[in-house]
Design a protein around this ligand. Sequence first.
Ligand code: FAD
Length: 285
Amino acid sequence: MARIGELLAARPTLSFEFFPPKTDEAERALEKTVADLAELRPSFVSVTYGAGGSTRERTRDIVVRINRDHPFPAMAHLTCVGHTRADIAQLLDEYAESGVENILALGGDPPADGSDPGGDFAYASDLVEQVRAHPAGFSIGVAAHPELHPRSTSTDDDRRRLATKLEMADFGVTQFFFELDPYLRMVDELGQLGCDKPVLPGIMPVINVAGVQRMAGMNGTHIPPPLLERLVAVEDQPDEVAKIGVETATALGAALLAEDAPGLHIYAMNRSAAPREIHANLALG
Ligand code: FAD
């Protein structure tokens, strides 16, 4: 196994993000996807965590299984909203005992109904502190938002907080985005604040138009109007949508690598076809 902070020294990395499926059938499909993408020899993969702990066991079991069955590490996402320090301590112990070495420490979103989630943490940086203090010596990633986090009050505040959080961690991974400039600007602004920790760009090959619009709306990701128009024009033709998704992700990936991005983190949406095509188009590996 390997610590991602160290893997990033041999750039560029290639990584895939999965989410824990809800049914046994979908879980078998994910196993097949992981096996398909394992052929591309990724640097690592990661598995999301339902804010508030809704996927606590499923995320843990998938991360532990991938770590056990594959030569690349699986990183566990962990959100702090609604959790106590004791909850987190127990999960970290379980991960450490199972040989998991990488944690993506996240804020998570508060409940949509506005209710108080409780718990001991206000921000992801509080979670980073606890993960850092664990004797296992986890490699720690944190989230970055090139186009700003929707709860951010100002660009300056957000970038300063991100720089502070990154300094406590080992690397960042961004929210998905479709335009190169906001990512380059963020890296530049972090550099001006004296922060040069690697921040992996997150790339989302679109496979569902309504889905990407919903997620982009939640994250504050700008979908360029010409791209949106092309997607909407074919939204009831999944193959055409996927074709545009791969074409767009390939172009963005090539531009990012040309700008010396530390790697590409692909939001695989539990499917292997688009990531495999992007890998082939970019002649990676
Ligand atoms: P934080 O770093 O806590 O930041 C949230 C907001 O608070 C920002 O606006 C920041 O500027 C502000 N802030 C930070 N510190 C302070 C402070 N001290 N004082 C005032 N304001 C402050 N969500 C999930 O539920 N599960 C997942 O698995 C998951 N995976 C993700 C993976 C990636 C790569 C990314 C980019 C996001 C992921 N998310 C996930 C979404 C994430 O949890 C949400 O975007 C969440 O709202 C913010 O998380 P954060 O870690 O950026 O939080």
